[in-house]
Ligand binder design. Structure first.
Ligand SMILES: Cc1cc2nc3c(=O)[nH]c(=O)nc-3n(C[C@H](O)[C@H](O)[C@H](O)COP(=O)(O)OP(=O)(O)OC[C@H]3O[C@@H](n4cnc5c(N)ncnc54)[C@H](O)[C@@H]3O)c2cc1C
Length: 457
């Protein structure tokens, strides 16, 4: 009989695991159990579909179900795994009609993802209040927008999903108030760059409120009233709550799997749990932080794909290792893109480094060629060793912010110094870059600043 790999969850992590397992060891039978009917959908694309930029939700599929099945992967759609018995090596799954069956496995991968975090706000349960995570959440929001035609919305949470959804709702013609409890939006970049993102949102008519922790949502006739301290009130016909996620790990915990930060499944860099033959990947697990050399919870699709691939390979006898996260992330808000990787000054200091952070502006390409834009770059490095620790960039969407962040990420991944980054042979043509690319202009500014201070590189 063939060995059997069972994967719970059919999104980024689960399908990546299935594809890799089939690739490296076709002798294994691979089954993926998926609670909904949307395997391998790019939920990252939901804001763009809801905003109307992508007309058909079906186009969000990374791959169609039939393409996955054509690769020899069995998809059990509309089936929810209820219990795992790691001794008998079976999973009990229940279909939409409530019928139960036991599926045996030799290796198991949890790819159960995350669920929206529910902030301590009264009134989250009422009509007109939405969370956004799975395709079903997207359909519910789409239906409400179509049937109720709300003219206004409050978005609670100024992280990347809140920002993307503020843009999406403005695209649809709604008046949007975005409320963030921290002093700045997009807290994954430093406040001076967060302020630029806020300006961009304001420029498109969003009312951005920071430093307010929403406490309650009450219905008053046709409106929902979102209230906070010191008399804060915002009225709208729709409220979207985007205040982060928490790992969906209850099934694994009940099977004896250990958890760590935020209740995420604890895994080795081989994506193995403490339970024999059980692996886990994606938003349900703790992530190896490559710079801090310890575990963190960084739920991102980019990471889920990589971890899923490692889990899938190892679950069928491979020897792969997850390289670790740097927290590399990018978001587009109207014409603006904000990206970041590695440590910011405060986190670097907490981690025991001696950080120096330099902020500067640099052109994305030669100014004489039409369409040049200034990039706002912040670079953090260690004064003692000259090691690059992190970078953040905000700039126009045509200014290749994400690829420049990726250059920093590549340097970080390979533990390069800021000076070494300045020496890398990067490409140049006037319509696209400058002879010293903005990344290197920033590296050199950092070195100069360091020389004027204490750094000797
Ligand atoms: C609006 C939005 C925008 C985003 N944008 C970005 C972005 O731009 N870049 C980025 O890197 N990340 C982004 N993310 C995050 C990214 O989508 C997640 O990190 C990624 O989806 C995690 O994949 P996953 O497979 O771990 O989990 P999930 O996508 O959460 O999938 C979990 C899967 O498990 C299934 N499941 C759960 N429990 C069971 C069970 N008991 N039985 C059977 N099936 C089960 C679910 O049906 C689903 O198939 C975004 C997320 C959202 C919501």
């Amino acid at each position: 009989m063939m060995a059997r790999l069972l994967i719970i969850g059919g999104s980024d992590a689960g399908i990546s695991a299935a594809l890799r397992a089939r690739e490296v060891n076709p002798a294994w039978e691979v089954t993926v159990v998926v609670a909904d009917r949307y395997p391998n959908y790019s939920i990252c694309g939901l804001p763009f579909w809801l905003g109307g930029e992508i007309p058909d939700w079906r186009d969000l599929a990374h791959r169609k179900a039939e393409d996955i099945e054509a690769l020899g992967i069995d998809l059990l759609l509309g089936h929810t795994a209820r219990t795992i018995d790691p001794t008998a090596k079976t999973a009990r799954v229940v279909d939409e009609a409530g019928r139960s069956k036991h599926i045996p496995y030799d290796s198991l991968v949890f790819g159960t993802g995350a669920v929206p975090a529910r902030p301590p706000v009264e009134g989250l349960e009422q009509e007109g209040v939405f969370f956004l995570r799975m395709m079903g959440d997207g359909f519910a929001l789409r239906d409400y927008l179509a049937e109720q035609s709300p003219a206004s919305a409050v978005v609670v949470g100024g992280g990347y999903i809140g920002l993307e959804m503020a843009e999406a709702l403005i695209h649809r013609g709604l008046r949007v108030t975005l409320v963030e409890h921290l002093p700045s939006v997009l807290a994954t970049v430093d406040p001076p760059l967060g302020a630029l993102v806020r300006e961009g949102l304001n420029g498109h008519g969003a009312n951005v409120v920071t430093g307010v922790a929403v406490a309650s949502i009450d219905r008053q006739g046709h409106h929902l009233v979102v209230a906070g301290p010191e008399g804060f009130q915002a009225k709208a016909e729709l409220v979207l709550v985007a205040t982060g996620v928490r790992p969906n790990a209850d099934l694994a915990i009940a099977a004896g799997v250990e958890t760590g930060q935020w209740g995420a499944i604890r895994v080795s860099r081989a994506m193995e749990t403490n339970v024999p033959h059980v692996y886990a990947a994606g938003d349900c697990v703790e992530t190896h932080d490559r710079l801090m050399e310890r575990n963190a919870y960084v739920p991102l699709g980019s990471t889920a794909h990589k971890q899923g691939r490692v889990a899938g390979e190892n679950a069928v006898g491979g020897q792969a290792t997850f390289g670790g996260t740097l927290g590399t992330q990018v978001v587009k808000v109207f014409e603006m893109v904000a990206g970041r990787t590695g440590l910011r000054d405060d986190k670097a200091r907490e981690a025991g480094f001696d950080p120096l952070t330099v902020q500067l502006e640099a052109w994305d390409h030669k100014v004489y060629y039409p369409g040049a834009h200034k990039l706002h770059v912040r670079v953090t490095g260690d004064r003692q060793t000259g090691r690059l620790l992190g970078a953040q960039i905000v700039g126009h969407r045509t200014a290749e912010v994400s690829k420049r962040v990726d250059v920093f990420a590549t340097a970080l991944f390979n533990q390069m110094t800021v000076r070494a980054l300045s020496d890398v042979d990067l490409s140049y043509t006037p319509p696209l870059s400058t002879p010293w690319d903005a990344v290197q202009v920033a590296a050199q500014a950092w070195m100069k600043c360091g020389r004027e201070g204490t750094l000797e590189t």
